[in-house]
Design a protein around this ligand. Structure first.
Ligand SMILES: CC(C)(COP(=O)([O-])OP(=O)([O-])OC[C@H]1O[C@@H](n2cnc3c(N)ncnc32)[C@H](O)[C@@H]1OP(=O)([O-])[O-])[C@@H](O)C(=O)NCCC(=O)NCCSC(=O)C[C@@](C)(O)CC(=O)[O-]
Length: 323
């Protein structure tokens, strides 16, 4: 029986509270990549680096920093090498990991040269989305990933796998969970250490998540899955809660709910990291994240970008702190 948070079990805001226990859930902060890739205005590299530094200071240990994709396709990520060159040192934030996206060997080689120690390949469960996003079929994308996996293994670089459109496609509509399961199994067999299931257009509901994890979980271990839920239809937190109930313990999120996908019209950002932390702490999990510092970071980046804060927990916490 799952216990959901009550007022009594919500996180304490007492600054004298004991230090949090070691994380029991791993959060992958995708704000600097997924969150910013769709912004129309050119964001200065210095702002991206300041965001990454604030996220690390708030306790996030996995921060997706940038994408080694074609600048013709996603101009916002064109400064990928500069971002990597400006990352905080391990002495400043020990144990922080800065993964990057690599769609092909060219991107992987550039990422490696820039110092990446973890990369992510990205496939889709929908043919139409695969064509729009990376200009090839799903099968061709898997073939493209093979040399990345081989080169990464030789260089001691970890590779994560993403699957987009796991709960629906903006071009094709419904996506069968069996199709997702087959790709997840393939990515893990190729050597990915984990597969992140992306609800790219935030169309899923908890019932869909239950079916998805149930079906994918018949093919691969649930502990090797991550949930990546966009919040377009307001189901992000509910979907995380359902995936958590199904045994998933890794979640991607974006501070202040930043983001959208350039190849999924109307898609809004990921579930906000602040909302996720509030939910997970309420469920008795530990994330290692200082929620107040994270909420301050969310307010700061929204002011920098001139956009509203998409995190309800972040807004509530800031209002409470200001009262
Ligand atoms: C995959 C390609 C490159 C194919 O694009 P293409 O046009 O088929 O590639 P190409 O091999 O014909 O090359 C075209 C040009 O791009 C260059 N190029 C080729 N590769 C690279 C590279 N790695 N880095 C830099 N430049 C590159 C290449 O050198 C050439 O330059 P030119 O000769 O014309 O001057 C392109 O489609 C692309 O970059 N797509 C990326 C799209 C993207 O970033 N989408 C958003 C991320 S995925 C996402 O958000 C979903 C996710 C992960 O969050 C999960 C979810 O929510 O679902």
């Amino acid at each position: 029986m799952t216990t959901f948070p009550t007022l009594a079990s919500t996180p304490t805001l007492d600054p004298a509270a004991p230090a949090p226990a070691a994380p029991t859930v791993r959060l992958v902060e995708v704000g600097p990549r997924d969150g910013l890739q769709n912004e129309r205005q050119a964001i200065p590299t210095a702002t991206k680096l300041a965001l990454i530094r604030r996220l690390a200071a708030a306790g996030l240990k996995d921060i997706e920093a940038t994408a080694f994709v074609s600048p013709k396709w996603v101009p916002q990520m064109a400064d990928h090498a500069e971002v990597m060159a400006g990352l905080p040192s391990a002495a400043e934030f020990p144990g922080v990991n800065y993964p990057v996206l690599t769609p092909n060997l060219k991107g992987f080689e550039a990422a490696l040269a820039a110092g990446a120690r973890e990369v992510a390949v990205f496939a889709a469960a929908s043919e139409a989305f695969s064509q729009k996003n990376i200009n090839c079929t799903v099968a061709e994308s898997i073939v493209r990933f093979e040399p990345i996996l081989a080169a990464a293994q030789a260089a001691g670089v970890r590779v994560r796998g993403y699957i987009s459109c796991v709960l629906g496609c903006p071009y094709q509509g419904e996506v069968a969970p069996e199709a997702v399961a087959a790709i997840a199994r393939e990515l893990l067999q190729m050597g990915c250490f984990e597969v992140s299931l992306g609800d790219t257009i935030g169309i899923g509901t908890p019932a869909g998540v239950q079916r998805l994890i149930g079906t994918v979980g018949e093919q691969v271990q649930v502990t090797r899955l991550a949930g990546h839920f966009h919040d377009t239809w307001g189901m992000g937190v509910a979907n995380v809660a359902e995936a958590w109930r199904q045994g998933v313990r890794v979640f991607d999120s974006s501070v202040a709910g930043l983001g959208g996908c350039p190849y999924a019209k109307g898609a809004t950002g990921n579930v906000a990291t602040e909302d996720l932390v509030w939910l997970l702490h309420g469920l008795g999990e530990s994330t290692g994240v200082d929620l107040e510092a994270l909420a301050a970071c969310g307010e700061w980046i929204c002011a920098e970008l001139g956009r509203p804060n998409g995190s309800r927990a972040g807004r509530a916490l800031r209002a409470r702190c200001a009262a």
